[in-house]
Design a protein around this ligand. Sequence first.
Ligand code: NAX
Ligand code: ADP
Ligand code: K
Length: 475
Amino acid sequence: MRTAYRVETVRAAEAALMARLPDGALMQRAAAGLAGACATILGRVYGARVVVLAGSGDNGGDALYAGARLARRGAGVSAVLLGARAHEGGLAALTRAGGRVADDPFAVLARADLVLDGITGIGGRGGLRPDAVPVVRAARGSDAVVVAVDLPSGVAADTGAVDGEAVRADATVTFGAYKPGLLVDPAREYAGAVRLVDIGLGPHLPSVPELEALQHADVARLLPVPRVESDKYRRGVVGVVAGSARYPGAAVLAVAGALRGGAGAVRYVGPAGQAVLARYPETLVHAGPPGRAGRVQAWAIGPGLGDTPGVDEVLESDVPVLVDADGLRLLDPAAVRARTAPTLLTPHAGEAAALLGVARDDVEARRLDAVRELAARYGATVLLKGSTTLVADPRGDLPVRVNPTGTGWLATAGSGDVLSGLAGSLLAAGLAARDAASAAAYLHGLAARRAARGAPVAAHDVADALPGAWRDVIG
Ligand SMILES: NC(=O)C1=CN([C@@H]2O[C@H](COP(=O)(O)OP(=O)(O)OC[C@H]3O[C@@H](n4cnc5c(N)ncnc54)[C@H](O)[C@@H]3O)[C@@H](O)[C@H]2O)[C@@H](O)CC1
Ligand SMILES: Nc1ncnc2c1ncn2[C@@H]1O[C@H](COP(=O)(O)OP(=O)(O)O)[C@@H](O)[C@H]1O
Ligand SMILES: [K+]
């Protein structure tokens, strides 16, 4: 499990740790880790040209001390000082080690092999200030590798928002703990490859993080396994209510996901039964309505539904319900809040925006806030799809889960339908809504990577790759 903590929490842990250490020890740990990471990136430190962009706070201090360490190993290090002052100790160390303050920032940047972005870290507010913008652009425009110190300067550590201009790093070396912005877009994209340097913060961090990202072993523990006494009903039956005369394909894709999700049987309910059977003869089909289709352990409703009724009826049931796509447009918020069995809503940014009554751009800029707000408002588990898929629980004291798998190739019509079926199937197999959502997103993203391997994929390719992804996860 990978975890991320808010700035306030990191600062409290740092204060507790610092109280037990000599002055400056923590910064030296950070600088040593940073210099080591830079040495790995450079390959050869001796003779390398390094530029340190130093802001006025401790983030600049880390960068200057790391610059000093690289200078002692034979790198030519120049500092570009941004802001009213520079970290005194860091600048003195750099000078003592043979580094110097650049007379012409643009000249040194044009020849740099590596640029350290130490403008702002967790103390940064808003985007880059105007004096930093041309310098950062010159760094990005050069051939140098740009390494962000703790965080890319200009991104919001707690939300992942990027208001204004920010550093686009090739790599980020972060200290003590991941911050949410390093795992959530849009900021995540600015961070490049993220490396965590241990500075001893672990024992001082609370047990519940702000965010958590599951890994293979975590997902493997969640996935259902048939037992000797299992039969298809005990494994769970998932009811899929999807598709319409206009969009029969959505029904086929949702069923395709559901068949690979661990339920023992898939019951399709709706007008696209023929199309479903033509592709998946193992499906139990029923024309509807859902209440007459027979018992299920969970419903997944919504993909390609058009205006077909059924959402109200499904929400009245006493089993877990997943609502996606058109179902989200048709649902009555009061009916969701009144439910006693779990509800899982799976909007993309546009659907989330409609549910919240805000603009789509607002959701994309602040995904973490949006998913939490939706979960609280609807009293439901919410899986917010997109470049960073997030899962929030209505219980606000649980960490939001961020999905680490996936690929931009998943942004293809119908892939969300596969995800709905898959997550619905995991619900029917008995997983809690939060686990079903995060395990489904994980497998779905992994399947897409396996299917794509750098080339475009269709939604049904993703469904076909799910058993392989499942095998990867359980090892
Ligand atoms: N607290 C600690 O014990 C440790 C802190 N460390 C480093 O210290 C950093 C935090 O240091 P600080 O609290 O001094 O804060 P920062 O250095 O992150 O930023 C604060 C400074 O930047 C200025 N600033 C704020 N927003 C700005 C903007 N948009 N553009 C330009 N300047 C801006 C502020 O006026 C202030 O001088 C961490 O990110 C990490 O790099 C590490 O050395 C590890 C130990
Ligand atoms: N930029 C992106 N990077 C990675 N995954 C993405 C991106 N955009 C969308 N996705 C994923 O692709 C799927 C698309 O689902 P959705 O928006 O419901 O499309 P559809 O309704 O056509 O099936 C979701 O799993 C989503 O997380
Ligand atoms: K930085």
